[in-house]
Design a protein around this ligand. Sequence first.
Ligand code: NAD
Length: 280
Amino acid sequence: MPAKIIDGNKIAKSILENIKNKVKNMKEKPGLALVLVGNNPASEVYVNFKEKDSKEAGFYCERYNLSEETSEIDLLKLIGDLNQKESLHGILVQLPLPSHIDEKLIINSILPHKDVDGFTPLSLGNLICENMILAPATARAVIYLVESTGVRIEGKNAVVLGRSNIVGKPTAMMLLERNATVTICHSKTKYLAGYTKKADILVVAVGKQNLIRKDMVKEGAVVIDVGINRVNGKLVGDVDFENVKEVAGYITPVPGGVGPMTRAMLMDNTLKAMGLSKKI
Ligand code: NAD
């Protein structure tokens, strides 16, 4: 039987609708700062989406479009100011930054309770200590999508492909926290199929088209495709969707899977950040 398609668009829409309804009744609105440095076209598209989502959710939003030549010190000063602004509960600096700017230094300068991307060392460290402040939106999206299937994570073999700080590692930690037995595969992993074939839950976050073929997937597995690849002007994931859906139990499409859910989780993190600001 072909896999059930996990409709990220539909789930994200209902989450955003829920947030909108909550925000409607709030006197003070959640505030989000979006910082874009330079002219990366993909980054601009992502920030446009985030701005649109936050406005539709009824948030207060400040957007900063800074030139490619912005200095590290000027960016640090801006973040320092945004950290102090009470009307802003979340700060998002769109990555990648131009090469003359130290990304780690910039991300580190965001106050942890305003770190809606969940990328600061403190946010990531808290994830490991199971003392979560704000978890990375894509990792939250993956967990939400798996849970939406009704398949229990506890006791399952979960295999995560990719070990980046922003997707692979936090996703693996969140699966572990939910009592899955987790394996992380990466660019140096030998005989990938030996791991993927054992996965009840397979999360693919690499950025290589058709990396995962039908013969690499266990029958009935939940397959979450995080990858985004642009091929002839079209977006595709890392999974050979048409063929893998013949063996998987559940599968996310690209586009329409993890992407919209990541955006929804970012809005949810901003709402959470507002709650955190009241506790400080
Ligand atoms: P990254 O480049 O930082 O990490 C890629 C990871 O893949 C690395 O850890 C590397 O070791 C691993 N890798 C490379 N080749 C491999 C192979 N043959 N087998 C197994 N692992 C391999 O990328 P990232 O930021 O983690 O993003 C991964 C993908 O997810 C990208 O395509 C990115 O565009 C996409 N992404 C999507 C969303 C979304 O919302 N849908 C969000 C973030 C990232």
